[in-house]
Design a protein around this ligand. Structure first.
Ligand code: CTP
Length: 400
């Protein structure tokens, strides 16, 4: 289980010899699937370079409170809102004093004042400074549930002293931060979702497509992400915003969708195919616009597209796969046939002849059919339907 997947971590590095450990901390957060931004105090830059932090985190380093450029891009309020957790590591005696005093005269203290997330801090200082009454007093005011203290450990210090004040090891910090996030049902699972219609070109100005809006696939992507899954969405042309923390690939034709799906398969634990893939494409896409001339009727020669779902299940017998069945008649029977013929773990059947729950609607009513179980999800918003589908998948498909 990986509770840190998809989490947005703001790592604040303050001045101290332990600043070098921040590099390892970034690496560990990133390998747990977190998105990391780094904030450095001026003193921190004396110990480790912003360039190192930028290269490791993959994001620009934040330092200035009053830099107009930074404020217009991601200023202190945005940074505070962005963070799911703030981790101050190492946290110097001076930074402790600033936090305790509720100061806001540098970027780190201002962000911590504005934040509504938890603030983890890993003190690191000389043992005498750690034992000092003023440090103790400052510490006493940094209380749960907002502030969570990590360490320090005892041992040899850079200055030659022995005693308390060594920063906790990055591994311990990661573990404590991870525990604070309630683990989602799909924590650490990698999920691929296809959504929307595909478009099959006829000529430079025309195409064959269908009424799919992509709403079901997008809301499933959001529901999976909210349960801490790492979600890859491959979508045909739709007019929808990408859910936060979901990575999106746009495609047009069924063939393009098929290629992108096959590329992603080796990485994933579960494939959910909600896309309304065009069953047919033009045998020969016309280079120039077709002219109507005098003809009263017109024939298009079509050929079958690859059935992406069938291909994936044939080539990946171990993979967990969920399909959708869009039907206008014999809903359950037709869906069961697809469950078997496409070798799926679950099929979600919906009646697209009813426009109140059909393609472009915000609501849906579906039947979940697996080999062992059937469940009706009565008409409700696509968001709620998605959450229920994800719960069902987590309990009955992935836990098998
Ligand atoms: N599907 C697919 N590739 C296709 C056609 C469908 O991956 N070329 C997937 C859909 O994403 C869905 C499932 O197969 O998960 C069933 O799609 P549906 O359109 O209901 O059925 P079809 O298999 O196309 O069969 P028919 O159109 O005859 O009902």
């Amino acid at each position: 289980m990986n509770q840190l997947a998809n989490k947005q971590i703001l790592l604040c590095v303050t001045g101290g010899i332990a600043a070098y450990k921040a590099a390892e901390l970034i690496r560990l957060f990133k390998s747990s699937g977190s998105n990391v931004r780094v904030l450095m105090t001026e003193a921190a830059k004396e110990f480790i370079t912003p360039l190192t932090m930028q290269a490791l985190s993959g994001n620009e380093v934040h330092s200035d409170l009053l830099d107009p450029k930074a404020e217009s891009a991601m200023g202190h309020i945005e940074l505070a809102k962005w963070a799911d957790a703030i981790v101050i590591s190492p946290c110097s005696a001076d930074s402790l004093a600033k936090l305790a005093g509720g100061r806001g005269d540098d970027l780190m203290s201002a962000v911590c004042l504005a934040a509504d997330s938890k603030i983890f801090f890993a003190p690191a200082m000389n043992q005498a400074m750690w034992k000092d009454k003023r440090t103790k007093k400052n510490l006493a005011s940094l209380k749960l549930p907002i502030f969570i203290q990590i360490g320090p450990n005892e041992g040899d210090q850079a200055c030659g002293d022995i005693g308390p004040g060594r920063m906790s090891e990055p591994k311990e910090i990661i573990e404590i931060v991870g525990k604070e996030f309630s683990s989602g049902l799909l924590a650490g699972k990698k999920i691929l979702i296809t959504a929307g219609p595909t478009r099959e070109k006829i000529d430079p100005v025309r195409y064959i497509s269908n009424k799919s809006s992509g709403k079901m696939g997008f809301s499933l992507a959001k529901a999976a992400m909210e349960e801490s899954a790492i979600v890859q969405l491959i979508t045909g042309p739709v007019n929808l915003e990408t859910p936060e923390r979901v990575s999106r690939i746009n495609v047009e034709s069924a063939q393009e969708m098929c290629e992108k799906v096959i590329e992603s398969i080796p990485e994933i634990d579960l494939f959910i195919s909600t896309a309304a893939v065009s069953d047919f494409k033009m045998k020969d896409i016309k280079k120039n616009k077709i002219k109507k001339e005098d003809s009263k009727s017109f024939n298009l020669e079509l050929e079958k597209n690859e059935d992406i779902l069938k291909l994936v299940s044939k080539d990946n017998p171990e993979l967990k796969i969920v399909g959708f069945a869009a039907e206008t008649e014999n809903l359950i029977d037709n869906a069961k046939k697809k469950l078997i013929s496409k070798k799926l773990n679950l099929i979600v059947a919906n009646d697209v002849s009813d426009s109140s729950i059909g393609f472009d609607s915000d609501e849906n009513e579906v039947f979940l059919i697996s080999e062992k179980e059937e469940l009706k999800i009565a008409k409700t918003s696509k968001e709620k339907v998605s959450r229920k589908i994800i719960q069902f998948i987590s309990k009955n498909i992935l836990d098998d």
